[in-house]
Design a protein around this ligand. Structure first.
Ligand SMILES: C[S@@+](CC[C@H](N)C(=O)[O-])C[C@H]1O[C@@H](n2cnc3c(N)ncnc32)[C@H](O)[C@@H]1O
Ligand code: SF4
Length: 325
């Protein structure tokens, strides 16, 4: 999997559902219309697609959604994909909102998952409910604890929201350090159809890191993942801080990733509409047709994205509606 700019694609984010049990204000509308089931890849089709990716050199798969753990049969899927870890696949990971972790954490570990990203934008119960429109903080914290107990390494994802949780960022960093978790802060992106005006809560991470530097010494880490995060070691805390600033271009030249929506649409870049549709090929055309389509995708994978806050909205929304993130 090498694209037209010589970048080796080794990482895929695979959305297994567009559905979710929360309605985070920056991500979804209150009343969502989800896709008809027939439009979403079956579990078998997801495995088939994962095998095609692995055969082509994909090393890491991250399962996401929507909320991956609300997909019916997710345990079967994870256990099946887990069989590929160490046999072509280096790592299987997941990004989750944590609501189902209490139930599923031991299964994730048993399947070979060793680390997960868990989203947590606030540790205040009322704010958490406000942001997610329905989440129960105690339940989610219980899930994250269960995941840690099961042996999973945890990175907390926190979307930085001006006027909503900006005062919680430094406390969250300290809390993560006390729990042995890492923390990644995310800038809001113009993705998904939401009722809210996201620009109102847009908080540039440059501003956040300037503020954090008054309290902590942030030592830039050499770690690169090929993704949009920059990492820092926080002196004295033993926690790694990631900053995801998707609207900047600083990561595009090393980009090693693609993303697959729950419908089987594969995007070469989050900030472009460039895509291939694999669902019907999986259903009718067979592995060769899928391979040809992936070749087309790689040949056309954009050099860099074209996000500007809210400016890229129509193009990005068209595909985020079916990826859920
Ligand atoms: C779309 S969610 C999917 C996985 C899972 N439901 C979760 O929340 O972790 C993946 C990540 O994207 C973040 N996210 C969603 N919409 C976003 C937006 N508009 N801007 C920035 N981050 C966003 C979420 O906070 C979460 O950490
Ligand atoms: S960010 Fe995750 S948990 Fe929140 S609504 Fe979107 S998919 Fe659901």
């Amino acid at each position: 999997m090498i694209d037209g700019f010589g970048r080796r694609i080794t990482y895929v984010r695979l959305s297994v559902t567009d559905r979710c049990d929360l309605r985070c204000r920056y991500c979804m509308a209150e009343k969502m219309t989800f896709l008809p089931r027939k439009d979403v890849l079956s579990l078998e089709e997801i495995v088939e697609l994962a095998d095609i990716f692995i055969a082509r050199g994909m090393k890491r798969i991250r399962l996401t959604g929507g909320e991956p753990l609300v997909r019916k049969g997710i345990d079967r899927l994870v256990l099946e994909l887990g069989k590929r870890v160490g046999k072509g696949l280096d790592e299987l990971t997941m990004t989750t909102n944590g609501t189902q972790l209490e139930r599923y954490a031991p299964m994730l570990f048993a399947a070979g998952i060793r680390r997960i990203n868990a989203s947590l934008d606030s540790r205040d119960p009322d704010r958490f409910r406000h942001i997610t429109r329905r989440g129960d903080l105690a339940h989610v914290l219980g899930g994250i604890e269960a995941a840690a107990r099961a042996g999973l390494r945890i990175k907390i994802n926190m979307v930085a929201l001006r006027g909503i949780n900006e005062d919680e960022i430094a406390p969250m960093l300290r809390w993560c350090a006390s729990q042995g978790y890492d923390l990644t802060l995310i800038e809001t992106m113009p993705l998904g159809e939401v009722e809210e005006d996201r620009t109102e809560h847009y908080l540039p991470l440059s501003e956040v890191s300037n503020r954090l530097e008054r309290e902590f010494r942030l030592i830039p880490s050499l770690a690169r993942t090929g993704g949009p995060a920059r990492y820092y070691e926080v002196e004295g805390l033993g926690v790694r801080l990631g900053l995801i600033t998707p609207l900047t271009h600083n990561f595009c030249e090393g980009c090693n990733r693609i993303r697959v929506a729950a419908t089987g649409t594969v995007f070469g870049c989050l900030g472009h509409d460039q895509k291939v549709e694999l669902r019907d090929l999986l259903r009718g055309g067979g592995a060769e047709a899928v391979d040809d389509a992936l070749d087309r995708l790689l040949a056309g994978k954009p050099k860099s994205h074209q996000f500007r806050i809210e400016a890229a909205r129509p193009a990005v929304e068209r595909h985020m509606n079916v990826t859920g993130g």
